[in-house]
Design a protein around this ligand. Structure first.
Ligand SMILES: C[S@@+](CC[C@H](N)C(=O)[O-])C[C@H]1O[C@@H](n2cnc3c(N)ncnc32)[C@H](O)[C@@H]1O
Length: 448
């Protein structure tokens, strides 16, 4: 049998996501691991899958003009959406190549009738380029939802919170590929030294304004390089780097990271502590323990002890009190839609409500492990007030032994301070602020 091309493989992934109601990154990894395609083609498959899912609502809206109420099999619909994505959003693929490939795939997988239909629909779209500018009738919510391909309930909520312009900016940022950013490991090399090495290698690396350990790369694969293997850096989004700044641990302290896997932030804390002190890196999933330990080993960190437990049970484990506790909580993840586009289609308001309950319980339980005078940092990669500001406010209302720590301002870079709320104790970053993940960070202090 002939080897499958990138579009065929991308179609397999889209079909599997629909069939198994699974996440595209997992299906993508499964399929790519089993196929023998080049890294360039693997890049194209990834772009096609994420792009088609990212732009699904826009693509479906355009497709509806041409297939109307006709019943179309799932794989044919996915093939059409995949092809429309290439036509509209991938300039480097000529339209006729996208149509030709789609027709060939339809012939191989279906019958003459299907390939003629695919050919007819795609050629009709090409004949009517203004179809992309035809907005749906209705209010701003509907229009933004369709043109920016996001669910209406999220758009409605964001307009209420941030207004129309910022909502469009959030959506635009969510539809852009994330920048590649890395965090320098000061235990092995300084940022200036690594910048020099990367530039010698031909990279247009620049220093991050959000973190003194951050570097933005001009794309490419940062994970496989010799500098990575040597432990000179970790791949991390710039917003995530702010969390360790908020925890602000000192060498010699006792620190608990309650939801730690894969160890991105724990290792950052260890770097900030100059690998001196004690960190417990806990996660509920046993299989993630090795990820955390592997991260520590690669970076030359020896103070991270891994632990597997439900964080709700940690207060009963006799671990004692900690100078710093970090709860980087499980969340809906709406701040990382650009990395995981399925999230916006799969998660509902009900998911927000139920995860918020867990988050509150985790925060309340872990607060008992903070030493007097110590701090508790709560972070999420989402923009839902119910998971963020509401949790923290409710917590301080019910726990008079804690205060919102307004000195958080001093530990964050000046550009971020503008985005803080008036209490100075928490910040909600949106993905368009710095072209980094949407993130919430709050700091609470236990009274001495
Ligand atoms: C946002 S991720 C943490 C990312 C991590 N801090 C980092 O920077 O690499 C949340 C983590 O919480 C873990 N988790 C979910 N529920 C948990 C629970 N009840 N107790 C402990 N860990 C939990 C998940 O396995 C996941 O790894």
């Amino acid at each position: 049998m002939a080897k499958k091309g990138a579009r065929d493989i991308a179609l397999d992934v889209l079909n599997r996501v629909d069939e198994h109601k699974s996440y595209s990154n997992l299906e993508l990894r499964n399929v790519l691991d089993r196929s023998e395609i080049s890294s360039v083609d693997a890049g194209l498959v990834t772009e096609l899958v994420y792009g088609t899912i990212q732009r699904k609502l826009t693509l479906e809206f355009v497709l509806s003009h041409f297939v109307g109420g006709k019943k179309v099999q799932t794989w044919v619909r996915n093939l059409l959406l995949l092809s429309l994505y290439q036509i509209r959003f991938l300039d480097r693929i000529p339209d006729r190549a996208a149509v030709h490939e789609a027709v060939e795939i339809a012939k191989r997988r279906g019958h003459q009738g299907i390939s003629s239909m695919v050919n007819g629909v795609l050629r009709n779209v090409l004949r009517q380029p203004d179809v992309w500018d035809r907005l749906p009738k209705g209010d701003a919510v509907k229009q933004i939802a369709v043109t920016h391909s996001h669910p209406e309930w999220l758009i409605r909520e964001w307009i209420k919170l941030y207004g129309e312009e910022d909502t469009k900016a959030i959506c635009d940022a969510n539809n852009r590929a994330p920048q590649t950013s890395i965090r320098v490991n000061p235990l092995k090399i300084s940022r200036d030294e690594l910048l020099a090495k990367l530039r010698e290698d031909g990279s247009e690396a620049v220093a991050s304004v959000l973190s003194d350990q951050g570097i933005i790369l001009d794309g490419g694969h940062a994970a496989g390089t010799r500098w990575f293997k040597e432990g000179y850096y970790t791949l991390q989004d710039e917003s995530s780097m702010l969390v360790a700044s908020a925890v602000a641990p000192q060498p010699g302290m006792r620190v608990l990271d309650a939801c730690a896997a894969p160890g991105g932030k724990t290792s950052h804390l260890a770097e900030k502590m100059d690998n001196r002190g004690e960190i417990i890196a806990n996660d509920v999933h046993p299989h993630k323990r090795e990820l955390i330990a592997g991260t520590a080993k690669r970076l030359g960190i020896s103070i991270m002890e891994t632990m597997v437990s439900d964080a709700l049970d940690l207060p009963e484990k006799g671990l004692g009190l900690f100078d710093r506790v970090l709860l980087d909580a499980p969340c809906t993840g709406f701040g990382v839609i650009r990395r995981k586009p399925d999230l916006k289609w799969n998660k509902s308001k009900e998911d927000v409500r139920s995860i918020a309950q867990l988050q509150y319980q985790l925060l309340a339980g872990l607060s008992t492990m903070v030493a007097p005078g110590g701090t508790l940092v709560y972070s999420t990669c989402t923009m839902e007030p119910m998971e963020n500001q509401d949790i923290v406010r409710r917590f301080v209302d019910k726990h008079p032994e804690f205060v919102l720590d307004e000195t958080l301002r001093d530990d964050l870079p000046a550009v971020v301070r503008d985005k803080m709320d008036e209490s100075g104790a928490f910040v909600q970053l949106l993905p368009h602020h710095f072209d980094s993940d949407g993130f919430f960070i709050a700091r609470l202090r236990r009274k001495a």
